[in-house]
Design a protein around this ligand. Structure first.
Ligand SMILES: [Zn+2]
Length: 201
């Protein structure tokens, strides 16, 4: 089992301040968080920066990701080191991901820019049921959405500042391998946890 933060922003997101170097330094120093996904807004530039800096460290794994602002709300794609072509509709983003064996997460469904109940209309892989920046009640609504749709629930810190990194994480029954991790999430071999306690669903 590994603990993974599936939702992090670097300073390549216009609203975030985390320097790629800080991420790698803190992953190196952390006792058990060694795998993260970089999910900047509408760009994979930050991912490529972090990946380059992390490459000398064998135990650190960076999953490529992007948080795309679609016309209906945001979607995260993991596993693909490039941005999808426009127009950014949920259908196009999901097709792009599926064609490349990527994983689609509905982040913070009930926050502004969240997909909300429309998530039920799309063939997504998982719901972010624990977002480090969401209130308890919004996370609870997301958890209900996951239950209703039967989709695996995942966690991501949604860190925009360095002190917000990996406040919550996803426990995945997989080894430190991107393919294995994405497959395990699709199969629901996950549970979510936070710094304070493990939360079981
Ligand atoms: Zn985000």
């Amino acid at each position: 089992m590994i603990r993974v933060d599936l939702h992090l922003h670097t300073n390549y997101s216009p609203d975030a301040s985390i320097h790629p170097k800080t991420i790698v330094e803190q992953l190196y120093a952390h006792p058990f968080i060694k795998v993260i996904a970089i999910t900047d807004h509408n760009t994979v530039e930050g991912y490529h920066k972090v990946q380059k800096l992390a490459s000398p460290y064998q135990d650190i794994l960076i999953i490529p990701g992007i948080e795309v602002g679609t016309n209906e709300g945001e979607l995260i794609i993991l596993g693909i080191p490039e941005a999808p072509p426009k127009p950014w509709t949920p259908e196009n983003i999901i097709d792009f991901a599926k064609e490349r064996d990527g994983l689609v997460i509905v982040p913070h469904p009930y926050r502004t820019y969240g997909l909300g109940d429309s998530a039920k209309n799309y063939d997504v892989d998982s719901i972010e049921v624990l977002n480090g920046n969401d209130s308890l009640s919004l996370n609870k609504m997301a958890e209900n959405l996951a239950k209703e749709t039967g989709l695996p629930g995942v966690a991501g810190s949604d860190a925009h500042r360095a002190d917000e990194m990996w406040t919550v994480y996803t426990e995945v029954k997989a080894s430190s391998d991107i393919d294995e991790i994405l497959k395990a999430i699709k199969k629901g071999l996950v549970r979510v946890g936070s710094k304070r306690k493990s939360i079981h669903f």
